[in-house]
Design a protein around this ligand. Structure first.
Ligand code: MG
Length: 159
């Protein structure tokens, strides 16, 4: 019998940025002068979202499942982390009901890329686009040198 109670998960991540790194957010490469630093492709938005998915499912967090000192994840596309989290969800008969995110950075500007990112995240989360939302916030210099992402995800039992 399906569990009628939904499960909520919260994710948060922040990466410093530097020149000469690609700026990949939500699995979409965005032209920008700087990009996030990291062991993987440093997709801060996917890291927050994957942690929210894992948290809602009661699983270990991103850093435990994909340690940043493990050479197999060096330069890895963070879409692989979310795909693995979705596989773990499917094993538990859990599906995503909705997700909402905030990306906090002064650069790049999110608006021109928001639709493409939402579409990509909806594909990865296996839901319709209107169940995935993403907001951009700027801080007037308050977060120069970093990009921060926050995500909440609601899961339901599909058994
Ligand atoms: Mg990260």
């Amino acid at each position: 019998m399906p569990d009628p109670l939904p499960r909520i998960g919260l994710g948060w991540d922040r990466h410093g940025v530097t020149a000469g790194r690609p700026c990949i957010l939500g699995g979409i490469e965005i032209p920008n002068e700087v990009g996030p630093l990291g062991h993987s492709d440093a997709d801060v938005l996917l890291h927050a979202l994957t942690d929210a998915v894992l948290g809602a499912a009661g699983l270990e967090d991103l850093g435990s499942l994909f340690p940043d000192d493990d050479p197999q994840w060096k330069g890895a596309a963070s879409t692989r982390f979310l795909e693995e989290a979705m596989r773990l969800l499917a094993e538990r008969d859990l599906i995503v009901a909705s997700a909402d995110m905030v990306l906090i950075c002064d650069t790049p500007k999110l608006r021109p890329h928001r639709a493409a990112i939402r579409e990509n995240l909806a594909r990865l989360l296996q839901v319709e686009v209107d169940r995935v939302n993403l907001k951009g916030k700027t801080t007037e210099g308050g977060c120069s040198g970093s990009i921060t992402a926050k995500a909440v995800v609601l899961l339901v039992d599909a058994s």
